[in-house]
Design a protein around this ligand. Structure first.
Ligand SMILES: NCc1[nH]cc(CCC(=O)O)c1CC(=O)O
Length: 324
């Protein structure tokens, strides 16, 4: 095999992320990448993201393409993947995580603290909305969706063009700010729109934010002597895998998905894996924020840490608070 195929969604963010991974794997393997465009339900359905029902709308079509053999690999944003892994596929590589934070993109260079009373902030994420309201109860949250370019275009004075063919496009910005993942903005070269990187002490990111996951059929990584299998193993980053395994272990134990008002972020400090998590009332009136740590730096130890912190949060009323 001298060529490998990578399935991707058509959005600017998806094609950019897929391109980076395909190039990295090509350099490591000496093989030639080919991209295969896959349309997903998340790209064709309109309406608030929080109401689309179920997680994984962006991933499902890529997985079908993998299972049908239309591509060898699929590159996902890990935070968009449901925590239950289909048995017929494996997450073969998680490359080193980039910036995990959420970013405020506000008019006139404003920060969260400097936004005027009653300012409007666009986000479709219950997690972002709840944490914003907790920090600034006076803010008005506006439910928006669409691709990164579309969302940036909602900010007053933004010249940013929609990159999705017009879904949700408005002639002029109508909001004071939007919140987006720093990782996506940076991957698209749009970081000049960021007016503040939100401190995780104020805004805990989504489990898996800033992390890509390369998925394939099990035989792709099991093939003896395969240059692609070796490249996938080299691309995988241990510290990233441990951190996101604990974050996703927590999410799974809370029986929640990417539409729940839950944030989690893990990091390795010396010999210790530290996990911070927040569960919010959807209206941002209250939050429960707790941490846990382990010295068991294995995938099983990381998952157990997530489960342990989820159990602690549940004992403290997380299910009632967040409406889980
Ligand atoms: N839900 C959409 C999505 N999925 C991944 C990213 C950004 C990249 C990442 O976090 O890895 C985004 C956009 C956003 O949340 O701003």
């Amino acid at each position: 095999m001298s060529v490998f195929t990578v399935g991707t969604r058509g959005s600017a963010l998806a094609t950019t992320q897929t391109g980076h991974v395909a190039e990295a794997l090509a350099a490591l393997s000496g093989l030639t990448p080919e991209t295969v465009l896959v349309k997903t339900e998340g790209d064709v359905t309109s309406g608030p993201l929080a109401q689309l029902g179920g997680t994984g709308v962006f991933a499902a079509a890529l997985r079908v393409a993998l299972l049908e053999g239309r591509c060898d690999l699929a590159v996902h944003s890990l935070k968009d993947l449901p925590t239950s892994q289909p048995e017929a596929l494996v997450l073969a590589a998680m490359p080193e995580r980039v910036d995990v934070r959420d970013a405020l993109c506000a008019r006139d260079g404003l920060t969260l603290e400097a936004l005027p009373e009653g300012a409007t902030i666009g986000t479709g994420s219950p997690r972002r909305s709840a944490q914003l309201k907790y920090a600034r109860p006076d803010l008005e949250i506006v439910d928006i969706r669409g691709n990164v370019g579309t969302r940036l275009g909602r900010v007053k004075g933004s010249p940013q063009q929609a990159d999705d063919g017009g879904v949700g496009r408005v002639a002029q910005g109508d909001l004071d700010a939007v919140v987006l993942a720093a990782a996506g903005l940076e991957r698209l070269g749009l970081q000049e729109h960021i007016t503040e990187y939100l401190d995780p002490a104020v805004m805990l990111p989504a489990p898996g934010q800033g992390t890509l996951a390369v998925e394939c059929r099990p035989e792709t990584v099991a093939a003896p002597g395969s240059a692609l299998a070796a490249a996938l193993e080299q691309l995988d980053d241990d510290a990233t895998r441990l951190a996101v395994t604990s974050e996703r272990g927590l999410l799974a134990q809370l029986e929640a998905g990417c539409a729940a008002p839950i944030g989690a972020l893990a990091r390795i400090e010396g010999e210790t894996l530290v996990l911070d998590a927040v569960v919010c009332a959807p209206d941002g009136s209250d939050v429960i924020r707790r941490s846990a740590r382990t010295r068991e730096l294995t995938v099983d130890g990381a998952r157990a840490l997530g489960v342990e912190l989820a159990e602690l949060l549940l004992r403290e009323g997380a299910a009632d608070l967040a409406g889980l």
